[in-house]
Design a protein around this ligand. Structure first.
Ligand SMILES: N[C@@H](CCC(=O)N[C@@H](CS)C(=O)NCC(=O)O)C(=O)O
Length: 291
């Protein structure tokens, strides 16, 4: 066995939290769960109350809500409140009651008694699909294939976001080992989608569904050059069928509207901090400079 070189990390016997270890999220990451302060969540006038942010995980849900509204489902009207995760809003007592995991998106459905809490984007989108009977195939085989891709996204995206994205874009230094490991896995995942979409118009087959809404904000965003400034590094243009699908999904009015909600950054989509009525989105889309 060789002795450790001077810059090699030797794990201590028991891990201890070093709050100053750097990286973009160092000031909000903690090794414990639970609330840090007492604050109730705001509640608007619609039955569905969303607490979120326009990250890929948040956008999945606002796309679903806007697609439902575009399809004429009035019961899908919602208030979308801005949760500032860099400021620790996800650790308020109210948010933790809605989501003990302290991550956006979280939702409350006040149309049932007692109000139903919902967390995890996959659980929220599936709940909405079941509740309104839309964007989920009717046949058992179609539903199963749709849910295959919904769960594929839940299991796969952490390698892209928490793995590749973190080490390529957010870590305090560029470390070769994790970047190589997660670039390899991310490219494998892109190829999985590319091969599937070579033979299928949508992820669940011929029908646009919640599977597309789940996967598009991550993998569509990546191949459209919207994530981590990594399009060239991962040679995303080579995944031609995935790019075809990503553009097709992006062109949908419901997707365009959903991408705007709870957004206060970036140049690709308009900005809208909170959404309470359809008119809020209309105004934001008509005025891209609103922040
Ligand atoms: N598996 C979760 C992931 C949610 C998630 O990671 N949310 C991030 C933003 S995209 C968050 O709220 N981070 C705040 C934190 O970690 O404190 C889902 O799909 O809903």
């Amino acid at each position: 066995m060789t002795a450790a070189t001077s810059n090699e990390y030797v794990p201590p016997k028991v891990w201890k939290w070093d709050a100053s270890n750097g990286g973009k999220f160092a000031n909000i990451n903690r090794p414990v769960a639970g609330a840090t302060h007492d604050k109730a969540l705001p509640v608007g006038e619609h039955p569905l109350q969303l607490y979120s942010l326009a990250t890929p995980n948040g956008v999945k849900v606002t796309i679903m809500l806007e697609e439902l509204l575009a399809a004429g489902v009035e019961g899908a009207e919602y208030d979308a409140w801005f949760v500032d995760i860099m400021n620790g809003d996800q650790f308020s007592s109210g948010f933790v009651e809605a989501n003990p995991n302290s991550k956006i998106p979280a939702m409350m459905d006040h149309s049932v008694s007692p109000p139903q809490r919902l967390f995890e984007s996959g659980s929220i989108i599936h709940y909405l699909a079941e509740r309104f009977g839309m964007f989920i195939p009717k046949s058992a085989a179609g539903r199963a294939e749709c849910m295959n891709w919904v769960f594929w996204q839940m299991g796969s995206a952490p390698f892209l976001g928490g793995g590749f994205g973190h080490f390529y874009a957010y870590a305090p230094e560029k470390f070769e080992y994790p970047i190589n490991r997660f670039a390899l896995e991310s490219k494998r995942q892109l190829d999985v989608l590319n091969q599937h979409l070579a033979k299928n118009e949508y992820l669940a087959g011929e029908e646009y569904s919640i599977a597309d809404m789940m996967v598009w904000p991550w993998y569509g965003g990546l191949v459209l050059g919207q994530l981590y400034d990594a399009a060239e590094f991962l040679d995303v243009q080579s995944y031609t069928h995935l790019v075809r699908w990503a553009k097709q999904i992006e062109s949908r009015p419901g997707v365009q509207r959903g991408a705007v909600v709870n957004r206060t950054w970036g140049e690709t989509y308009a900005h809208l901090r909170e959404r309470h009525t359809a008119a809020d989105i209309d105004a934001a889309i008509g005025n891209d400079s609103q922040a």
